[in-house]
Design a protein around this ligand. Structure first.
Ligand SMILES: [Zn+2]
Length: 455
């Protein structure tokens, strides 16, 4: 008698794990050219794993950097297509001396796998390959699937942009699913429903043509550091709202209904304050701390310098002052527009006594998942099915540039259904991934396919 998907997964669990351990032994550190051969070997390993999982049209596709691995299983072009994205490259393992076991010799301790890449992202993308295998081998795959695993995520996915532009047809899909984020905890499943964008500025204020004696000139010539401090202070008002004209024009206010839904995420003000040793929270009036972090745009000075900062006292009136200022953006703000608004405003508030230069560094666009979209609903139902609890949508303050890239180039939505935990120590020594999370992911993913096709 033919097994169903669940039975197949249950009977193959051990093998799935031993395959993952094999994958984790390959030091595919994309940032380190000493590991270029390992990284390529890893791509080849993934290609073989795709073949073994039953995917067709599998290919290792060259880019200017590390190759992309692709495979698909097309049942019928009339059916929907799910695109899975993941990355086989990993962060460098340094500092190695802080690892309790060698980073590329995976060990399982207390039902947790310790190895570089175990959570980010090998353990997570491999769940998809095994879930897809289970659906193919039991004849229960309800729609088409494409799998794209890249090798440069940890170095900024520099060549993925061009790859996507050149392969729009190959990658065409109805929804993109990515497991490269984390949940709140094993009892509180969550789905990342939004990421912020970024506009990053650097400013330079010039007063006199050289550093001056602060006794002789002080009080009669504008001091660039004094001026810069006042200019920065004026960028937010008494309610911590950003004062740049037009800054909020395109911000989509989150509905009360969605704010209530997000508010289901457990949050302890007390623990938050204790964790960073502050006695009071601070931020935009009218919003909670998780809302300030997740759904509101922000402005922060990241660095400020100028004048004399050496030992002892030097009575100088400096010629120049500098600051780096970043703004985290929410839908529908655009990083280029916001950078321009910032520049115009910053130049306009500078007194005539100084010159101001504004430079724009890199930017990124915000993304948000519509909680009423088919993709989100299917992911939510799938998690509810296997966890017994409806997952909480969580907006994160960070950015994943590939997500906005995918959405812009392929015109579909990304669903960020990660099964890791914030405590998995990704990018740090002793990275780990729970067996519970690995198996739960494999169990949940087929339900996503099922519900996505049924909705
Ligand atoms: Zn990752």
């Amino acid at each position: 008698m033919m097994k169903n998907t669940n039975q197949y997964i249950n009977s193959e669990k051990k093998r799935f794990l031993s395959e993952l351990l094999e994958l984790l032994k390959i030091p595919s550190v994309s940032a380190d050219s000493k590991h270029d051969k390992d990284t390529r070997d890893c791509a080849k390993w993934v290609l073989k794993a795709m073949n073994n999982s039953g995917l067709k049209n599998t290919q290792l596709i060259e880019t200017a950097g590390h190759p992309v691995v692709f495979g698909e299983f097309i049942i019928d072009s009339a059916l929907p297509t799910v695109l899975v994205y993941g990355h086989y490259d990993v962060q460098p393992a340094d500092p190695i001396e802080l690892w309790n076991s060698p980073p590329f010799e995976p060990v399982i301790k207390d039902k947790v796998i310790y190895a570089r890449g175990s959570a980010d992202d090998k353990g997570q993308f491999y769940m998809h390959l095994k879930a897809i295998e289970a659906m193919i081998k039991t004849d229960e795959l309800p729609c088409n699937v494409k799998v794209l695993i890249e090798g440069e995520e940890e170095v900024g996915s520099e060549n993925l942009d061009l790859f996507i532009k050149n392969n729009r047809e190959l990658l065409s899909n109805d929804v993109i699913i990515i497991s490269d984020t984390h949940m709140i905890d094993n009892d509180t499943p969550s789905i990342t429903s939004g990421l912020k964008g970024l506009a990053y500025m650097e400013v330079e204020i010039t007063g006199p043509n050289r550093d001056l004696h602060s006794g002789t000139y002080g009080g009669s010539v504008a001091n660039p550091i004094n001026v810069l401090s006042k200019m920065i202070a004026s960028l937010t008002d008494e309610n911590n709202r950003i004062t740049i004209p037009g800054f909020y024009d395109k911000v989509i206010e989150v509905s009360l209904e969605d704010r209530v839904e997000m508010g289901r995420a457990p949050f302890s003000e007390k623990e938050f304050k204790a964790s960073i040793d502050i006695s009071m929270e601070d931020g935009e009036k009218g919003y909670t701390t998780p809302e300030r972090q997740g759904i509101r745009p922000t402005l922060d000075v990241n660095g400020i310098w100028g004048g004399y900062i050496g030992e002892g006292a030097k009575t100088v009136l400096p010629s120049k002052a500098y600051a780096k200022i970043s703004m985290r953006l929410v839908p529908d703000q655009n990083s280029i527009e916001i950078s321009e608004l910032f520049q115009k405003h910053f130049e306009s508030i500078a007194p005539k006594s100084v010159k101001v230069k504004v430079h724009t560094h890199h930017g990124g666009e915000p993304v948000v998942t519509n909680l009423n979209s088919k993709g989100y609903k299917a992911a939510s139902l799938a998690m509810e099915k296997t966890f017994g609890k409806k997952p909480v949508p969580v907006r994160q303050g960070g950015s994943i540039p590939i997500v906005s890239l995918f959405e812009a180039e392929l015109n579909t939505n990304c669903i960020l259904i990660g099964f890791g935990l914030a405590s998995d120590a990704i990018h740090s020594p002793n990275e780990h991934y729970g067996l519970f999370n690995f198996y739960k992911g494999i169990e949940t993913i087929p339900y996503f396919f099922k519900y996505f096709c049924e909705l």
